[in-house]
Design a protein around this ligand. Structure first.
Ligand code: GLU
Length: 488
């Protein structure tokens, strides 16, 4: 009988987290980070945690947590532990875990890996200016590094404002291993004595995040590349506590098309913004899935399940991921055309309502959405096309003149006679009339279709004639043909 393997050989279940700071709306970069974490946890049968890193009270934005949670929900990224849901390590808001950070920073001070610093903001500014003048990067000059611990304690007891800094070794170099970049070595002289605890008693990211990642059993830290330079400090914290390090993976930066770092200046990249314009969630997920991850084939359309099956760290890029809106539009167009019509129509409703277009004739509404969804990149644009099927056509003088030409009049008259001759029209029958008109009048191509489209839809280019008539319905079609003929 096969025995269970001894426990130490059992693979540890993976635990990943998305740890946003509630400083604004969830943007596509954050969505990508959340999604990769989620995907890897799902693929490995592990857990995915949402933790809100809200210890920077100055950058806190009211409503940001709700936006984050809601956006993730809409995008289908559900977490196993986190706000509203709870879990074994609750609370998942860092602002409710301050005692944990205080006790951990005290331990670091106790073991000589951190120290209180009483330097005033003015003094730090002076140091900064001096270093700037000498063209050096800012680094705390170590003024309080070697204070006598008893003296420091007396000053703390006397209520003197202070921060707690990490006491980074000043010589040698630090090595951390990043899953994508391999061994990264950074010279100790380049690393600052990071503030871990601020004078207001709130921890900085470096302390709070590492403490929580450890306590919450996070096995893989999958985060943005902007954190790579801080990783030696994080490794140092892990080492001083004697904790087992997680696997570090730093995702490539998002770049604008001109190669620069993507920033607010380039536009609004919030998930809310894209959903608001009528981008489908399937397209947004597909788009972020490929922002930095390149699958082995050149397939570009992915469902979440396919990404879960195929994702691997080894296919993450190190180079920045270019954010190409044209590609997103292309993907969205694909999903608009291929998702079930009822679903697209459901999402298009609010745009119709906002544009004052009727949706009460459901059959007509569906037909118009079906025709128009082929012609737009995102749903906000749909009403521009859809509006052509209601109300009157608005023709320019030049267009009206086109309808007055003899040939136009013959075509319109022919159509009008044919359509009036029957009470019930099928698309097939209309297609036959279209052909019959060509045969009878000896006109074809744009000379034939332009007057028809202008009369029926008020535009020169558009869907085929049977589709236009089918969407308009009998009454509107006849009425538009009559108005066009009246112009003649
Ligand atoms: N709170 C950090 C941020 O929003 C999280 C970074 C991380 O994933 O560790 O940038």
């Amino acid at each position: 009988m096969a025995k269970n393997p001894p426990e130490r050989f059992m693979p540890k279940p993976v635990r990943l987290r998305f740890a946003p700071s509630p400083t604004g709306l969830l943007h596509l970069g954050g969505l990508r980070t959340a999604f990769y974490n989620y995907v890897y946890a799902r693929q490995q049968g592990g857990q995915f945690i949402l933790r809100i890193e809200d210890t920077d009270r100055k950058r806190y934005v009211e409503g940001a947590v709700e936006n984050l949670v809601n956006s993730l929900k809409i995008m289908g990224i559900d977490y196993d532990e986190g706000p509203m849901k709870g879990g074994p390590h609750a609370p998942y808001f860092q602002s409710e875990r301050l005692e944990i950070y205080r006790s951990h920073v005290a331990q670091l001070v106790e073991m000589g890996a951190a120290y209180p610093c009483f330097c005033s903001a003015e003094r730090i500014d002076e140091v900064r200016q001096q270093q700037q003048a000498a063209k050096e990067n800012f680094r705390y000059d170590g003024h309080c590094r070697d204070l006598d611990p008893h003296e420091a304690q007396d000053r703390i007891d006397a209520g003197e404002p202070h921060v707690i800094r990490l006491k980074m070794p000043r010589q040698g170099s630090f090595v951390c291993v990043d899953e994508l970049r391999g061994r990264v070595e950074i010279d100790a002289t380049l690393i600052d004595d990071q503030v871990l605890m601020k004078s207001d008693g709130f921890p900085t990211y470096h302390l709070a995040c590492m403490t929580d990642d450890h306590i919450m059993g996070v096995t893989h830290v999958l985060r943005g590349e902007e954190w790579l330079p801080s990783t030696p400090k994080h490794v140092f914290i892990y080492e001083r506590f004697g904790w087992e390090q997680p696997t570090w993976i730093h995702l490539p930066l998002l770049l604008s098309k001109d190669g620069g770092k993507l920033s607010k200046r380039h536009g609004d990249f919030s998930v809310e913004h894209f959903l608001g314009k009528g981008y489908m969630k399937e397209a947004l997920i597909n788009f972020v899935a490929l922002l930095g991850w390149h699958p082995s084939s050149d397939q570009e359309l992915y469902t979440v399940d396919q990404v879960v099956r195929e994702f691997s760290f080894s296919r993450l890029n190190k180079a920045g991921a270019v954010f190409d809106l044209t590609k997103l539009d292309w993907m969205n167009g694909h999903y608009l055309r291929t998702l079930p019509l009822e679903e697209v129509a459901g999402q298009a409703e609010r745009f119709f309502k906002a544009a004052g277009l009727p949706i009460d004739d459901h059959a007509k509404y569906l037909k118009v959405v079906d025709t128009s969804r082929n012609r737009v990149a995102f749903l906000e644009q749909i009403t521009e096309h859809a509006a052509l099927y209601w109300g009157d056509t608005a023709l320019s003088l030049e267009e009206a003149a086109t309808l007055r030409q003899d040939v136009s009049r013959y075509i319109l008259q022919f159509f009008s006679d044919q359509l009036e001759s029957r009470a019930e029209w099928s698309r097939e029958w209309i297609a036959e009339i279209v052909q019959a008109g060509i045969d009878k009048l000896g006109v074809k191509g744009k000379h034939y279709y332009t007057p028809l489209r202008l009369a029926l839809l008020g535009v020169q280019h558009g869907p085929d004639i049977p589709t236009i008539i089918d969407n308009l319905g009998v009454e509107t079609t006849l009425q538009r043909l009559r108005s066009a003929l009246a112009l003649a």
